[in-house]
Design a protein around this ligand. Structure first.
Ligand code: GCB
Length: 581
């Protein structure tokens, strides 16, 4: 799904702003909810989670109603029109002027509706019902009951009862766009790049719609070069290839981008243009090594969350800019989109600023009891399709992650992940596929996954207060894991809760000194293992969680930065380590 853009042939407008909003705890439905004219409505900021915008309803997860009015912008009436929602968590149903446009399941991924015939030139009423409530058969799951074996962390005692460790923020969390494209248009582009000695190979599959036998011109500009390729009488799809001599390759230390432009001609007229920044680079797993552009690469960086006071999981451009500035300041070269896809803008900034991304579907806290299992698989399959469709053209996307810490000790887990692995490979054979494991050696899907990601907290949840002892265990475990599966390993989470301003010498749990010692001694161990290809600290910033005995004030304090982005001592220690090596 191409992101809307503005040029002479396509346009979009952002419907962000204050919408009308009401909670609907009795689930009275559209008739009652709407026909009373939203008398009890209140203004709400879109995009943002609803939970922290008001004095009531923080823990209320839905259903709730949003509505806004808009006019058709000048010039839009000559085009095909769509409404695109970049992220609504969790279930969305959308009406335009009383017509049900459809629905979507799952936050963090975009969906859209064509609205021809349902839109007026002047006043339009857009209504959205959002339900973010937690259920065992949703992904990620919540309100799971029964066998403690299927629970994450605090064994179902947290509130709201998530099977994962972050607050289940809900609402319209990213922009809603109204956009226009020509009838005869470029529907999709799939860019793949390769390398033959110093020559870059750029192959672009172009999908057109509503114009058989169109002509295409593909051009690539940048780094002193301008190259073109053409295709004639294209029937819906074709692949064009460009060879780029002495290509300026994309890598974190030099995130070189080229401007790719596709022009679509139909019956002699230029009908549509789409432009995309692209990077030329290759990714390969070679034995126990990760090769970027043919050279071994070691990942240093963070896991993160989209989380900020008041706006919750809502898109905040200034916070995003700050997070990238802090990642660059600390010397990170990569991050994981734990535990759901981040905004499209995050992916664009990663391309531009040179951060490699482990791109994860929102499959966290998965468990494998029969009830709801098939449904959870289908939802994960939908997410994987949507994620790869959205992010396949970003040079920053290094690999796909198909889950975080599934409770994989049941036999159903392996076939579940084999289905997702095969799907990812069929959609994108160019990138490695991983799964982030907490069960380690028992994660049998490592038989087929390309990379092993392991989360470990020895010296925190286990071996509390005894980092050295914990690390002795980790060292043995890593060797055993490599021996068993022969896959390169990323330590994809390790960290310690740290209260800013709490100090102790000798270091004690929760003190800033303990976090420094914890992270630096983990990193020293990881660097001594030749099959370890990366270290991702849990977590970049403190973030909001459900309430429970494990989380003081509903906050996970493992951040290297506070929730408002101030550094703890560990941030300086990491900067020293990551910039010097
Ligand atoms: C984990 C989870 C992450 C938690 C973290 C923690 O293993 O993947 O979501 O927040 O541990 O702090 O316990």
């Amino acid at each position: 799904m191409l992101y809307p853009q503005n040029n002479l042939y396509r346009q979009f407008t952002d419907l962000s702003g204050f919408w009308d909003f009401r909670f609907d705890p009795a689930d009275q439905g559209l008739e009652q909810g709407w026909s009373n004219g939203f008398d009890d409505s209140r203004p709400i900021a879109v995009p943002a989670s609803w939970n922290d915008q008001f004095e009531d309803g923080r823990d209320f997860l839905g259903p709730a109603w949003y509505q806004t009015h808009f006019h058709l912008p000048w010039g839009f009436n000559l085009k095909r029109l769509f409404l695109r929602f970049n992220s609504v968590n969790y279930l969305a149903q959308v009406w335009l002027n009383g017509h049900l446009l459809g629905g979507h399941e799952g936050g963090h991924l975009p969906f859209q509706f064509e609205i021809m015939g349902k839109i007026h030139p002047t006043d339009n009423l857009l209504v959205v019902r959002v339900d973010g409530s937690l259920s065992f058969d949703r992904v990620p799951p919540g309100n799971v009951t029964g066998d403690p074996y299927d629970f994450f962390g605090s064994h179902g005692k947290n509130f709201p009862q998530t099977n994962f460790d972050f607050f289940p923020f809900c609402g319209i969390q990213r922009p809603v766009l109204l956009y226009a494209i020509p009838d005869c248009s470029i529907q999709d582009l799939t860019v793949r790049t390769g390398l033959d000695s110093t020559t870059g190979i750029v192959s672009v599959a172009v999908q057109t719609q509503n114009c058989d036998f169109a002509n295409l011109i593909l051009s690539l500009r940048g780094h002193g070069q301008e190259l073109t390729a053409t295709a004639h009488r294209v029937e819906q799809t074709t692949t064009l290839e460009l060879l780029v001599p002495n290509a300026a390759l994309w890598e974190p230390a030099a995130p070189n981008l080229y401007d790719l432009t596709v022009q679509l001609f139909y019956k002699g007229e230029l009908e549509d243009v789409y432009a995309l920044p692209i990077g030329i680079r290759t990714v390969k797993i070679d034995g126990s090594r990760l090769l970027l552009n043919g050279k071994p690469f070691y990942l240093k960086g963070f896991c993160r969350h989209e989380d900020f006071p008041i706006s919750g999981r809502g898109y905040q451009p200034a916070v995003l800019a700050k997070d990238f500035a802090l990642m660059q300041w600390s010397g990170a070269n990569s991050f994981r989109t734990s535990h759901y896809p981040y905004s499209e803008q995050t992916m664009h900034l990663s391309d531009r600023l040179g951060l490699l991304v482990i791109d994860e579907i929102p499959a966290v806290g998965l468990y494998f009891r029969e009830d709801g299992l098939q449904r959870r698989l289908e939802v994960c399959q939908q997410y994987l399709n949507e994620l790869i469709d959205r992010d396949k053209n970003h040079p920053s996307v290094l690999m796909w992650s198909i889950a975080n810490e599934p409770l994989s000790l049941r036999p159903e887990a392996k076939p579940f992940f084999k289905a997702l692995y095969d799907q990812a490979k069929a959609l994108d054979p160019t990138r490695p596929v991983t799964l982030v494991s907490s069960v380690g050696i028992a994660e049998e899907s490592l038989d087929f996954l390309d990379v092993a990601c392991l989360n470990r907290y020895y010296g925190w949840y286990d071996h509390s207060g005894r980092i050295e002892e914990g690390l002795r265990n980790l060292s043995i475990e890593l060797d055993v894991l490599y021996e068993r599966y022969h896959k390169p390993i990323i330590l994809s989470e390790f960290g310690a809760d740290t209260l800013p301003g709490v100090h102790a010498q000798p270091p004690e749990m929760f003190s800033e000194e303990y976090q420094v010692e914890f992270l630096t001694s983990y990193i020293e161990l990881l660097r001594s293992k030749p099959y370890v290809i990366g270290e991702h600290v849990w977590v970049m910033c403190d973030f909001k969680t459900s309430q429970g005995t494990l989380r003081m004030g509903g906050i996970n304090y493992k951040g290297v930065f506070t929730r408002d982005r101030r550094p703890k001592m560990a941030a300086h220690a990491l900067r020293k380590l990551w910039r010097d090596s």
